[in-house]
Design a binder for this molecule. Structure first.
Ligand code: APR
Length: 233
């Protein structure tokens, strides 16, 4: 509990939260990884082998995100800021949490509307349109999407662990918990903290206790959770 009396509610989200906005998840039936070779489009090796293919993949994802809007789940998470100090830790590279009004959003796997020099992951630039082969950053190197690829470090993981350890209430929404180090974040939660899972097929979370599955879609589940929290506080 904090001296400003607002409990710290931490939400860890994945692609399932944006599914009802019309963005595909990764591992569901029509998921992105069903139609693409992960290592061709989301690894340093794939980038070295065929950067144009990688740029096309993320340019298309950027267009898709620009076309959709936050759904009721994103809006409900933002609404919780009225009663709680809310921190959203997301694996998503879309900006739907921010567009829904969430103020404290930590992206673990990058952001689709940001690009960077392929040689310097601290030189970040906004991007709304497409990145083309030959587009160079100030350091003279090719621009690439500011997305964490398989095999790359997750720079925000230490901050995320500290946030998890500070949670009074935890919500896991729309993630299959199959990708590390993000999936290991639940190990940093205090055992006593109430933990809610919102997912169509809740992922495996043993040996953790106090996990309350709220089975259903993200929009239904968040509505249900708002009720539960208003009763339990
Ligand atoms: N409502 C709630 N949950 C849903 C919905 C929905 N409408 N649709 C799908 N889900 C759930 C699925 O049951 C699954 O548990 O969302 C989860 C999506 O899992 P993944 O596709 O594996 O996505 P995610 O967990 O976010 O992937 C993690 O993997 O590929 C990398 O970097 C990428 O950030 C991504 C990471």
């Amino acid at each position: 509990m904090h001296n400003n009396m607002k409990k710290h509610l931490v939400v860890l989200t994945g692609a399932g939260v944006s599914a009802e906005s019309g963005l595909p998840t990764f591992r569901d039936a029509n998921g992105l990884w069903m139609g693409h070779d992960v290592y061709e489009v989301a690894s340093p090796e794939g980038w070295k082998k065929d950067p144009a293919l990688v740029l096309d993949f993320y340019n298309q994802r950027r267009r898709d995100v620009a076309k959709v809007s936050p759904n009721e789940a994103h809006l409900a998470i933002a609404e919780l800021q009225q009663q709680y100090k809310v921190t959203v830790i997301t694996q998503n590279i879309d900006d739907l949490h921010e567009r829904a009004g969430s103020k404290n959003v930590l992206h673990l796997h990058g952001e689709i509307f940001t690009m960077r020099s392929e040689k310097d992951d601290t030189a970040l630039y906004n991007i709304k349109g497409d990145i083309h082969l030959g587009d160079k950053a100030r350091d003279g190197h090719q621009y690439r999407p500011h997305v964490v690829w398989f095999g790359e470090q997750v720079p925000n993981i230490l901050r995320a662990r500290d946030i998890m350890a500070d949670a009074d209430i935890f919500v896991l929404a729309g993630t299959s918990l199959q990708v590390y180090p993000a999936a290991g974040l639940i190990d940093y939660l205090d055992e006593q903290v109430p933990k809610y899972i919102i997912d169509k097929n809740p992922p495996f979370t043993a040996p953790h206790h106090n996990f309350y599955p709220v089975k259903g879609t993200a929009t239904e589940g968040m509505k249900e959770l708002l009720k539960i929290l208003s009763e339990n506080g």
